[in-house]
Ligand binder design. Structure first.
Ligand SMILES: CC(=O)N[C@H]1[C@@H](OP(=O)(O)OP(=O)(O)OC[C@H]2O[C@@H](n3ccc(=O)[nH]c3=O)[C@H](O)[C@@H]2O)O[C@H](CO)[C@@H](O)[C@@H]1O
Ligand SMILES: C=C(OP(=O)(O)O)C(=O)O
Length: 432
């Protein structure tokens, strides 16, 4: 079992370079299944969700050439299966994109119900609504979603999303690029990774317009032929380090970012008294004064991202005054609050609202990462706390952050990884 051991109380100084965006990469890699040729993808983050997706593609028949730590060449010409293994696909959320991509190219997909972080119910009815409207028959059997295009190829149509869904927007876009005729997605999500997926597909020969607005128009083409593409920097990874500096104090230049994508996060940090400077493709974050309270409401882009909610809540635990955090996207994204309370935070959560009374400081404690961003929040809490924090379940963090420990150590954080035998092994050793 792996743990992060954090000695808190060190301000952060120096530079951090942001990796490629997780939620773009986990869409673009499955989307490569639509390409009948070779595509080169650069700025791929080294995270466990990506590794798993690359294994899945290889198992389906893709030829993968690793060019360097962050670039691969994928040749999906000779895919021989539309049935990824249950065990692999069920482990991550983004495996749902295998449905849109395989259905779009081969007219058939059988994919395990997806996994991912546990925020309560995570339905995929809007994805299914889109596939069905395009002429697919979709059913669930034995834990698999089975989707078949009635006459072997989907037909473009108009799909109005009942909720603004990142996954449904990207999945329907993938299904539509090789469909007969035109597809229009109304009430589409506008996140930067949606634009990135559209740019990737267009660079391979697709015809998608309007990504980044609420209406996306896709003209089906006969074939995607291949090409080269570089993934955007990760908005959430950048935001996480911005909040880490806010929590600890110090000054860090966060490099390889698109500042526009960070506006929603920067605005909140400025309200809290943090200095933010846009340096083009980098952002300078400095915090020297005490933090002030603020209120946060999560919303689809360009609103404040739900994937930054736990991290900003961790910072607000030591801001002066009472802050209110309103989670509008997920039903159950406050599980980490009990862990923050172990460190002395004063938070009351009820339904979608958390009320945070700032305390003077947090104290280190043994705590757990409940999911990916909750884990990042606990790291931030540990960095700002007095004393030692032992953070377990860090495999969740490694789903989405490339070398979090190395990047933080480079700016002066006292954080290290330890490998412990798990409890079953410890008991066995004791009995033995
Ligand atoms: C791999 C990936 O990119 N994950 C992100 C993606 O998740 P994911 O794609 O699962 O999230 P969605 O944007 O689809 O979900 C947004 C809201 O719509 C609801 N909904 C969604 C789909 C559906 O068919 N029916 C439905 O009711 C959900 O319950 C939720 O309340 O966007 C979320 C919202 O920004 C982020 O937190 C996740 O990090
Ligand atoms: C919730 C997230 O990921 P996933 O949807 O893959 O569980 C996330 O990236 O914060």
């Amino acid at each position: 079992m792996k743990q992060y051991i954090i000695e808190g109380g060190h301000p952060l100084f120096g530079e951090i370079t942001i990796s490629g965006a997780k939620n773009a990469a986990v869409g673009i890699i499955p989307a490569a299944l639509l390409v009948d040729g070779t595509c080169r993808i650069e700025n791929i983050p080294q995270i466990s969700d990506v590794t798993l997706l690359l294994h899945i593609l290889e198992e389906l028949g893709a030829k993968i050439r690793v060019l360097n730590r962050h670039a691969v060449e994928l040749d999906c010409h000779a895919i021989h299966s539309t049935h990824p293994s249950y065990e692999m696909a069920r482990r991550i959320r983004a495996s749902y994109y295998l449905i849109g991509a395989l259905l779009g190219r081969f007219g058939e997909a059988t994919v395990a119900m997806p996994g991912g972080c546990d925020f309560g119910v995570r339905p995929i009815d809007q994805h299914i609504k889109g596939f069905t409207a395009m002429g697919a028959e979709v059913g669930v059997e034995g834990g698999f979603i089975q989707a078949t295009a009635k006459d072997g190829r989907l037909t473009g149509t108009s799909v109005y999303l009942d909720v603004v869904s990142v996954g449904a927007t990207m999945n329907i876009m993938m299904a539509a690029v090789l469909a007969r005729g035109n597809t229009v997605i109304e009430n589409a999500a506008k996140e930067p990774h949606i634009v990135d997926l559209a740019n990737f597909l267009n660079s391979m020969g697709a015809d998608i317009r309007g990504a980044g607005t609420e209406t996306i128009k896709i003209r089906g083409v006969e074939r995607l032929g291949g090409g080269s593409y570089c993934i955007i920097p990760d908005q959430i990874e950048a935001g996480t380090y911005m909040t880490a500096v806010a929590a600890t104090g110090g000054q860090v230049l966060i490099k390889n970012v698109i500042p526009k994508h960070l506006d929603c996060i920067s605005a909140k940090l400025v309200e809290m008294g943090v200095y933010i400077e846009d340096r083009g493709d980098a952002i300078l974050v400095r915090r020297s004064d005490p933090l002030q309270k603020t209120n946060v409401k999560t919303m689809p882009y360009p609103g404040f991202p739900t994937d930054m909610q736990p991290q900003i809540a961790a910072v607000l635990t030591t801001a002066r005054g009472t802050s209110i955090v309103n989670e509008n996207v997920w039903n159950s994204r406050f599980k980490y609050i009990d862990e923050l309370k172990r460190m002395g935070a004063n938070i009351q959560a009820d339904g979608h609202v958390a009320v945070i009374e700032g305390v003077d400081h947090l104290q280190g404690a043994p705590v757990q990462a409940c999911d990916l961003r909750a884990g990042a929040a606990m790291v931030i809490a540990g960095l700002s706390a007095q004393g030692t924090t032992e953070l377990s379940q860090v495999q969740f963090i490694e789903r989405g952050y490339e070398d979090l420990v190395g990047k933080l150590r480079a700016v002066g954080a006292d954080i290290r990884v330890v490998e412990l035998p798990d409890i079953a092994e410890q008991k066995e050793a004791h009995i033995g």
